[in-house]
Design a protein around this ligand. Structure first.
Ligand code: TRP
Length: 386
């Protein structure tokens, strides 16, 4: 989606000649994560911090081991709060504009891990208002419908009832509007224009919306009447919101929200690059296992044109989307992953076999996930904000 906002946002125009774009509305091009750390002014996730988390959890999550989570802001402070016995909480969210794909699940699985490790509440915001305001092709009823649909995916990730509070901006407005107002009073139009690149032709709903996304950083504190340190596990494209929120937090008597950022799961099509959404580029949790397997079989790989060339020259896992799927999600066993890489580079493993192996794993995953999703329907109410 090409929007005037993107043009106005200097974070992306800075990049006109290169091709990486990372904004709340668009992620495209070849992503250079070191550059993102520099540009957004965050810190790389160190081994020491990863180990501090692993110690609480009892094991190091594969997403930490493989640097899928790669950057943070003030995570050390958040961990210190926890170590000092002070309350900590988690916050993440989703813009319900369609079905959920595997890339969305990365931070949600990680939230489940953190929730268990720190026995923390998770506030999960469904921004059906945002997606309605942003998209000309979606009605409000549709985005609200996706809120309830996508909530099943969140629950299927294994988060805990009682500790998880999923809410819709529209349907749960009575729980969030007052705090949203407190936040919005401290943000000027000129700030949101500078941070998000809004222009005169954007609707005014969009210019208010950032107050609601910021509000959730303080929601647990507000509800409990005490200061809770909020950690946001999410992809780095939402960073504009958190920079804005951090500027007003202390004025409101709350802690600045802290963040831990994950990389994007690459699409199945297109060599290593992020692209605007195409149905074949992603596996949705609602795809039939057969359709998902077909998408895997049709994916872009780092292979050569012919089996003969593949045997001679070897494949290129570093640009292969199939390898990325193993790496990010499907092959948690480091030794097996290393074996795939070795066999690929040597030319012994050809793409057809490698894809077929992944397709099988994706099918198994989906059958199990869809069963959990089905079960979640009857338990949805236990997870909604009260
Ligand atoms: N704006 C996000 C989106 O479009 C949704 C969202 C709201 C979110 N709060 C969040 C995402 C916190 C990550 C963390 O998807």
């Amino acid at each position: 989606m090409q929007s005037p906002r993107r043009e106005a946002l200097d974070l992306s125009t800075e990049n006109k000649n290169g091709n990486m774009v990372v904004t709340p509305w668009e992620v495209s091009g070849e992503i250079d994560y070191n550059k993102l750390i520099e540009r957004f002014g965050t810190q790389p996730l160190t081994q020491e911090l990863k180990e501090r988390i692993a110690k609480k959890a009892g094991f190091m999550h594969v997403q930490l081991r493989r640097d899928v989570f790669f950057s943070h802001r003030d995570l050390d402070w958040w961990l210190n709060q926890y170590d000092a016995g002070r309350p900590v909480g988690l916050y993440t969210g989703r813009g319900p504009s369609g079905h959920v794909h595997l890339g969305h699940l990365l931070p949600w699985f990680f939230c489940k891990y953190l929730q268990e490790a720190f026995d923390a509440h998770l506030y999960f915001q469904m921004t059906d208002d945002e997606k309605f305001l942003l998209r000309d092709d979606l009605t409000l009823d549709q985005t609200i419908g996706y809120t309830y649909d996508n909530a099943l995916d969140v629950i299927a990730c294994g988060v805990k009832p009682g500790l998880t509070h999923i809410f819709s901006d529209t349907e749960h407005i009575q729980h969030i509007y007052k705090l949203g107002l407190q936040v919005s009073k401290r943000i000027t139009f000129s700030t949101v224009k500078a941070v998000f690149g809004f222009t005169d032709s954007d609707n005014i709903g969009l210019t208010w919306y950032p107050a609601l996304q910021a509000m959730t950083c303080f929601l647990q504190s507000y509800r409990e009447g005490r200061n809770v340190a909020c950690l946001i596990p999410a992809a780095i494209d939402q960073d504009n919101y958190w920079r804005m929120t951090r500027d007003i937090a202390e004025k409101m008597g709350y802690y600045k929200p802290t963040q831990i950022h994950n990389k994007f799961l690459p699409p199945l099509t297109q060599g290593g690059k992020m692209s605007a959404s195409q149905p074949d580029a992603a596996i949705f949790t609602t795809d039939t296992p057969e359709l998902a397997a077909k998408k895997v079989m049709g994916a872009f790989t780092g292979g050569r044109e012919t089996v003969k060339l593949q045997n001679e020259l070897g494949g290129r896992p570093e640009i292969c989307n199939i390898y990325a799927y193993y790496f990010y999600l499907f092959e948690e066993d480091d030794a097996k992953l290393a074996e795939i890489e070795k066999q690929c580079r040597s030319g012994a493993l050809v793409c057809g076999d490698c894809k077929a192996r992944l397709a099988k794993m994706v099918k198994v995953f989906l059958v199990d996930f869809q069963e959990k999703r089905e079960k979640a329907k009857a338990r949805l109410d236990d997870y909604l904000l009260k």
